[in-house]
Design a binder for this molecule. Structure first.
Ligand SMILES: [Zn+2]
Length: 102
């Protein structure tokens, strides 16, 4: 007789909006967060005390292709800070353009 063990489902919540999710075999979960102006943001395991914040770019954008939130602010990343001191960072790296006539 063979028994197949299924992984327990993981419940996810967002500290910034009412979004929830239920997954199996997934190390993380992202969503377009209404609480962070529509940015693609990570969720945290249900019951986890964490703060998820967007990092607004504070220097000149020039011709780089950057990610903007719904308010038109350039954002360089999302930081998740857990109560135990850990943190995770999602970086939205800008893309530079190169002119072909140089
Ligand atoms: Zn959210």
């Amino acid at each position: 007789m063979m028994i197949i063990l299924e992984p327990a489902p993981q419940l996810w919540t967002c500290p910034n909006c009412p979004a929830t999710a239920r997954t199996t075999r997934q190390a993380n979960r992202f969503h377009n967060c209404g609480g962070l102006s529509g940015l693609l943001a990570p969720m945290v395991p249900a019951g986890t005390v964490a703060r998820v914040t967007a990092v607004v770019r504070d220097d000149y954008v020039n011709r780089e292709d950057v990610r903007y939130d719904a308010s038109g602010r350039p954002v360089t990343g999302i930081i998740t800070e857990y109560a135990d001191g850990r943190s995770d960072v999602v970086a939205f790296a800008p893309t530079a353009y190169v002119r072909g006539d140089l």
